[in-house]
Design a protein around this ligand. Structure first.
Ligand code: ZN
Length: 324
């Protein structure tokens, strides 16, 4: 989408800002009207809620200052250091006019010469390293989308209850059907709906250029609680290592089969993994619900489900071969 320079334009696009006004028309003492800047550095009008006098912001969703903040959020979300807010502001302050798309992700496609206007050589090579890492790692779908910093779309957004695959999300976006998606997911907030629609370009660039390895949410989400030290086949694991081990189980085509989701919710819990009794809350909940299992047993349960499936497909193949 194109930059939105005035509140009037923004209000034509979405009802989400109906309660807002430009500073001049806000219900604040006249004195303050000269204290707040009327326009953002990007040139767009500054707005806030007319009566409540909150949510002071620039009215332009493609504001380069907002892009800088989202870039910084994106980079730190993925655990990179030394490329913080100031660096991002300097980058976008210098380069916003030459971005090929109205997306913060297009900063990744700028040339070194373009970047050099806003970044030191050091930071430019850091940006290359970040880009390289992102291109070669695999990411979970919901994490990848959540890292875009779309307001109210975090990793636990109800969006991910209805869409499990990056391609499906992309299809909805390309067909301009994000509102349908929001209806299905029960997302009513107009601003979330508006931002999902507006930032479809970010999703597109993310999948096409930045993170080619986004994995669909695995079929088998398993809700677990893990308590104490665990070991599998005589080897001990930290919680994170154990989760990695379980999530590394793949089927014949190499598709990840399970995603372990840690929860304390009694309604969701399927297993409480504990090798030894303890007084921890998790252990007590597991005991009450009759859902205790050792790490060894749990791992075997996951494996046996894969083996069953594979035997079934092999038998099917044999039958087909025999039938032919
Ligand atoms: Zn702005």
């Amino acid at each position: 989408m194109k930059p939105v320079m005035t509140l009037a334009e923004l209000q034509e696009l979405t009802p989400a800002y109906d309660d807002f006004a430009v500073i001049e028309n806000c219900n604040i003492p006249d004195y303050y009207k000269t204290v707040f800047p009327s326009h953002c550095k990007c040139g767009a009008e500054i707005i806030m809620t007319r009566e409540g006098r909150t949510q002071l912001q620039c009215c332009n969703p493609c504001c380069w200052i907002k892009m800088a903040h989202r870039m910084s959020y994106f980079i730190s979300f993925h655990g990179f250091k030394d490329f913080g807010e100031q660096t991002c502001l300097s980058l976008f302050s210098a380069c916003h006019d030459v971005l090929p798309y109205y997306s913060f992700l297009s900063a990744f496609s700028l040339s070194d010469t373009q970047l050099a206007v806003g970044l030191s050589d050091n930071k430019i090579s850091l940006l290359h390293e970040i880009k390289e890492e992102l291109q070669h790692h695999a990411f979970h779908f919901s994490d990848a989308i959540a890292s875009l910093g779309i307001p109210n779309v975090g990793p636990l957004s109800p969006l991910f209850d209805v869409v499990k695959s990056p391609l499906v999300l992309l299809q909805y976006m390309l067909q301009g059907k994000t509102n349908e998606l929001c209806d299905m997911a029960g997302i009513q907030a107009q601003s979330t709906r508006f931002h999902l629609r507006t930032f479809d370009i970010d999703v597109l660039l993310l999948m096409r250029d930045i993170m080619p390895n986004i994995m669909a949410t695995p079929k088998g989400e398993v809700f677990v609680a893990i308590t104490g030290k665990v070991s599998v086949r005589g080897q001990s694991y930290t919680r994170a290592e154990f989760i990695d081990l379980c999530e590394s189980i793949k089927d014949q085509s190499g598709t990840q089969l399970y995603k372990l989701v840690e929860t304390k919710s009694r309604e969701k819990l399927q297993y409480v993994i504990a090798d030894t009794p303890s007084n921890s809350d998790k252990y007590q909940i597991g005991r009450q619900l009759g859902k205790l299992i050792t790490a060894d047993e749990f791992y075997e349960v996951l494996l046996s489900a894969v083996q069953k499936e594979e035997t079934a497909t092999n038998e099917e193949k044999e039958e087909n071969a025999n039938g032919a």
